[in-house]
Every structure is written in C-alpha cells, then in structure tokens.
Design a protein around this ligand. Sequence first.
Ligand SMILES: Cc1cc2nc3c(=O)[nH]c(=O)nc-3n(C[C@H](O)[C@H](O)[C@H](O)COP(=O)(O)OP(=O)(O)OC[C@H]3O[C@@H](n4cnc5c(N)ncnc54)[C@H](O)[C@@H]3O)c2cc1C
Length: 392
Amino acid sequence: MSEQLDAPIVIIGSGFAAYQLIKAIRRSDQRVKIQVFTADNGDDYNKPDLSHVVSKQQLASDLVRASGLEMAEQLNFELFANTFVDSIAPEQQQIMVAGKAYSYAKLVMATGGRAFVPPMSGNAVDRIVTLNSLQEYQAAEQELALAKRVLVIGGGLIGSELSMDLATAGKQVITVDPCEQLMANLLPEYIATELSKLMQQLGVHLALNTKVTRIDLSNDSSNNSGCLQVTLANGESFIVDTVISAAGLQANSLLAKQAGLMVNRGIVVDNQLQTSAMDVYALGDCAEIGGKVLAYLQPALVCANALAKTLLGHETAVVLPAMLVKVKTPHYPIQLAGQAVHQVNRWQLDIDSQGSCVQAFDTDERLQGFVVAGQHMSKAFGLLKHLGKPVA
Ligand SMILES: Cc1cc2nc3c(=O)[nH]c(=O)nc-3n(C[C@H](O)[C@H](O)[C@H](O)COP(=O)(O)OP(=O)(O)OC[C@H]3O[C@@H](n4cnc5c(N)ncnc54)[C@H](O)[C@@H]3O)c2cc1C
C-alpha cells in the first residue's frame, strides 16, 4: 500500500489516551502534522475526578484543565472539535466526516468506551444517567445536585466509588449488583465484606445478588413529580430521584467493526498497537491488547509512549509493567494488582486493626495478585515488585 507521505497522523478522540500520545510525539518531534477529530469539544480533564464530583460539589467546568483550543495551540495540532467521524476506509487511508474524506498517513483510534446499561423495561429507562465523560456529567450535574435518593446500578469499581461519594454527599444511596459481593472480579470476599460494612455505615443500602428489572415514572402522588420507581428482580422496589448506570464499559469499536477490522471485546491490536488494518492503530479504552481491554490510565500512558515511537518510525512493542489499581473509596482506601480472586491456589490474609493485606498465590507459590486496604496500603509497592515471583 502506498503511504500517503504528505498526509497527517490522524487521531480520533481527545481523551487521556489521545492527549498522552500527542504529548509523547511532541517530546520527540515538533513538526509532524497531527489532526484530531473528536465528537466532544476537546477539553482536557482528569476523568477519574468524576468519582468524587458530587461530594466536592464541583461543576463539570471546574474539572477542565485546558480547553480544546488551548490544547491544540500548546501541542501544535489541528483540532476538529464536535466532529463525529462517521466511517474509516483503511484501503483508501481516509476517514469520512459528514460526507467529506480526510486522508491520513497513520490513523489512531482513541475512541474510548461508553457506559453499559443493562437491558430492562419500564417507561423511564431513558432517564438513566451515565457518568463516563465530562459531557455526561455536565448533562446530569444539576439533577445529581438536587437528587436526595440515588440508585446506582453496578457494585464494581466505578459503582462502588460513585456510591460512596454520593453517600458522603449526604444522599440516600441504593447500590444494586447481580453478584453476591461488591467488586466481585477484583476483591477477595473478606475485603469486599469490609467495604460493604463501611458503605452500610455511610447509609448505603446494598441490594446484592439481584438486578434492576424495571424503571418507571412514579405515579405515587405523595412523591414529587419526576420521581422514579425502580423494581428489582428480588421483588424490592424503591422510589428514587435519579438512577445511575455504572455497570461496566463497552469499547467504542463500531467504526473499526464497520471497516472490517478485527474486533472482540475491544479493537484487537498487536503488541505494537496496530489493528488488523495496515497503518491503523488503537489505544486506550477502545483497544484490546493481549486479549484484554485495560480501561485504566497507566496502561494507556505506557501504550501512548510506545505508539509515539512507532508512529515516528521506530517500531516499538508495548511492554506493560505490573500495575497498581487504586480504588477511590476514601473511607476504606484499597489498592490492588494482579489477580487475587480467580484461579487462586492459596490466599494469605494479614489482618489487624489498621487494615488488611490479602496475598494470592498460584500452584507454584508465586504471588499472582494482592489487595491491600487501610494502613496496609504502604505495602503495595513492595508487593508489586514480587508479583509473578515466588515469595520467600
Ligand atoms: C468515574 C470514573 C473513574 C475512573 N477512575 C479511574 C482511576 O482512578 N484510575 C484509572 O487508572 N482509571 C480510572 N478511570 C478510567 C480512565 O479514566 C479511562 O481509562 C481513560 O480516561 C480513558 O481514556 P480514553 O482516551 O481511552 O477514552 P475517552 O476519555 O472515553 O475518550 C474517547 C474520545 O473519543 C471520542 N470519540 C468516540 N467516538 C468518536 C467518533 N466516532 N468520532 C469522533 N470522536 C469520537 C470521544 O469524544 C472522546 O474524546 C475512571 C473512569 C471513570 C468513568
């Protein structure tokens, strides 16, 4: 395929992954032409801050670190803001926007993901709020500020963080999850139980082992108009002001799929982040690397640094280090790494009044994962160095 030498590097998306990539490119090359097409306005913000906007009484605008225009000026790229890319044509090395074709030399898809909303019935399903972007928070900030009773669908990492934040802000919170414990894929049962106790002390009602089946406008005249009646599979029913879905993330992979690229849980990439199409790469929450979608900042940063080198002509494979995940539940802070829940041969629990440390070992007595909570968080970096190794 003839490379379009005059054409720019085109990036779709202006989230953390896209901006880390541009920063890494600019550290080595000030001149290569970059175009960014983004469905939002390109404002730069720290998405994890969305976990505590309610308790901090922040507006979406408080989170903006630099506008899209400022980012374009600082990092010397051409910004196409509020511009949705309709399709990509890898054979022609072009993207299509509102009927117009734009050529690229290299294309990077940094299209992120969207919050998953589980299927349910009822006449108010369209009232469900999602909080996976600044724009979504902006659309809901007034409703969330006024809401007294909030039901959170999902007791995973984001659902638990949001529930604790809403309860800290004085709201009545109900958290619903189909699993028997919070953060079932990340936390061993003991730590999840401790987290549950803390949440309950904050007034959170945990409805575990069940799911939402219906959301309807409440017709109870004793309630304010606009309230929602939420029905659970276990027969419980609640009147709330707002429902948030934090039930997981789905990669934005439609553009790739429609273009015939290999897509699984995310856009499938090799160890240089190239998709199944030549000169088309994927990065961040939309990408599946080594069979996994790693929807966190640190892997996106490591990938962005490697991809910048590849795009500038030095083919570089991504090497992901062992990474820590911080759970932003300030009343019971937790850090974890590796796999401490599934396919564990043996757990070692170290519990005292200061907190907990759970280490998970495989059949060869190698540390395959750990979770530390409370004061034991100081052990996290030491344990991270031992991940994958036998512990003496
Ligand atoms: C509440 C919350 C708390 C979190 N906390 C943490 C944490 O503590 N630690 C951590 O590591 N991670 C955390 N994360 C995850 C982390 O924020 C994400 O992994 C990261 O921000 C994803 O960045 P991204 O650039 O891949 O995607 P996004 O930020 O989603 O960006 C995607 C971009 O693509 C654009 N786009 C999509 N489709 C199109 C299209 N067709 N045309 C044009 N533009 C398009 C969008 O407009 C957007 O600009 C959290 C996430 C949430 C929601």
